[in-house]
Design a binder for this molecule. Structure first.
Ligand code: BG6
Length: 490
């Protein structure tokens, strides 16, 4: 039995927003997979809660469809599906008035089981729901609350949200999800750094020239107009996912995988990020917005067209030159870029090592490329270490780069579990290592807020880029000004 299948104690899993998109696409399929993996102990129940008036049977029909749509048909075994559906029930609740919470209390009884309250709802409801849970004495010692991003849209609103949740749940009971931390390859970053003696001595400004973090998407707005146009790429991707990746690359080795040991180290990185103010923003940041162009599936509309030809200054692309001001990283820029409707879907981290200090081979040996470690987060997950070797054959010493290549798909058999599977089970187990602590979220906003303010102050507009390209040309200039280039992520 692998650690992935060690059964957890029985639990009651209550999904607020139980009939929403997240429940349908991610939570119900993830729970199903964990049941199939043998991780549930009985009695475990899953309760959908939302404003819609549904019967248990109707909720089961909804869940059944979610499984059919989002679980591979080879993995849908009738017996497992029946068992899964039998553990589902539904309750109608009104998050604002509190109607339905008495019924929820009755349903849960005085069970001492682990209770997970999952907020798959808009953040405006986090406060009301957590208050009703407390007032109805539903928050037991064994309860946890899970909140999804966005946690605020700036420091003030994030603090407000954290305060209101914190009035009803202790910090050890609050699980703030960043689904990037649940990705296998992101956890592999920690395995690579701290499970090998090889890299750590090289992991600093003496040998590393710079770091690139790219999270590129080919999708556009995807029916999320209302949310996305108010958020933009900086809030949607950088404040959370990208900064978490940066933290995992830059943090000092924690003393253990204990939640606070890891999070203390990440917090130090966030607090060491150099603030980007009004004068620096035009040099250190680039905002872009996609125009009509092409994607793999054909012609696509521009962002404004997708919005219905409204005016909008929202960025769908951002590139930033970030700097971590501490001994380890002084002088090593971290170039971040993320965007929608880019050329291909790829997330990767590139550790660019420095050039060799002296070339003994002379000009005939060709161009000696500095070593590169490319950690591919998705798709084609794996790690490539580029090194120089001698071109085989007689005729002198010619060098060329090759990659030592580990493809996770080739190295390991079996299904790559979705991030939510790992994260949900960690919530049940009460393990917060892969969840963001309050001070981390707030420290991230402390770095993001001045950038947002600088953009407003400077009226720094989003530059147009054609859908299907790598973003505005100024993003290329951002790195090339420093004599460096973006890694070609194809
Ligand atoms: C979400 C963002 O957090 O992450 C989306 O809100 C984005 O805009 C998504 O598309 C990307 O996640 P993944 O797992 O597809 O890389």
């Amino acid at each position: 039995m692998t650690s992935q299948t060690i059964p957890v104690d029985p639990f009651d899993f209550i999904v607020f927003g139980g009939t929403g998109d997240l429940a349908e696409r991610k939570l119900l399929p993830a729970l199903y997979h964990r049941q199939v993996a043998g991780q549930f102990s009985e009695p475990t129940q899953i309760i959908g809660a939302s404003r819609s008036k549904l019967s248990d049977a109707q909720f089961r029909t909804f869940a059944h469809k979610a499984l059919k749509d989002f679980v591979h048909e080879d993995e849908l075994e009738k017996k497992q599906v029946d068992t899964f559906l039998a553990r589902l029930s539904y309750i109608t609740v009104d998050a604002v008035s509190g109607d339905g919470f008495d019924a929820l209390k009755k349903k849960l009884g005085d069970s001492k089981c682990i209770r997970v309250f999952y907020m798959a709802v808009a953040p405006q409801l986090f406060g009301d729901i957590s208050q009703h849970l407390r007032q109805h004495k539903l928050v037991t010692e064994n309860s946890r609350i899970v909140v999804e991003k966005p946690i605020g849209r700036d420091l003030a609103s994030a603090t407000g949200l954290n305060d209101v949740i914190g009035q009803n749940f202790a910090e050890q009971q609050i699980f703030r999800i960043d689904h990037y931390l649940g990705k296998e390859t992101v956890q592999n970053l920690m395995a690579l750094r701290f499970g090998n003696a090889l890299y750590e001595p090289l992991w600093n400004s003496a040998l590393i020239d710079h770091v690139q973090i790219t999270v590129a998407e080919t999708v556009g707005l995807e029916d999320r107009v209302a949310y996305y146009d108010k958020a933009g790429a900086l809030r949607d991707m950088v404040q959370n996912h990208m900064l978490q990746l940066l933290c995992l690359v830059a943090m000092e080795p924690p003393s253990s995988m204990d939640a606070d040991a890891v999070r203390d180290e990440k917090l130090k990185v966030l607090n060491s990020l150099k603030r980007i103010n009004g004068a620096e923003a035009p040099k250190a940041t680039v905002r872009g917005q996609y125009k009509a162009g092409a994607s793999a599936t054909g012609a696509v509309k521009g962002y404004l067209d997708e919005l219905g030809n409204k005016e909008s200054r929202t960025e769908t692309f951002v590139a930033i030159k970030a700097e971590v001001e501490n001994w380890r990283w002084a002088g090593v820029p971290f170039y971040l870029r993320t965007g929608k409707r880019l050329s291909s879907r790829v997330s990767e981290i590139v550790i660019q090592f420095k050039q060799i200090p002296h070339n003994i081979f002379g000009e005939g040996a060709g161009n000696i490329k500095a070593n590169q470690l490319v950690i591919r987060l998705q798709p084609d997950e794996g790690v490539k270490q580029f090194i120089m070797i001698k071109d085989p054959g007689p005729g002198g010493m010619r060098l060329r780069p090759i990659s030592l290549d580990v493809s996770f798909a080739d190295a390991f058999v079996g299904r790559n579990p979705d991030a939510y599977e790992r994260l949900i089970m960690d919530v049940v187990r009460g393990n917060q290592t892969l969840f963001m602590r309050r001070d981390e979220v707030e420290a991230a906003w402390k770095w993001i807020d001045p950038i947002l303010e600088a953009w407003e102050e400077n009226r720094q507009d989003a530059q147009g880029y054609t859908a299907g390209t790598w973003g505005p040309s100024s993003a290329i200039a951002l790195i090339e000004r420093d004599g460096r280039t973006w890694h070609e992520s194809e």
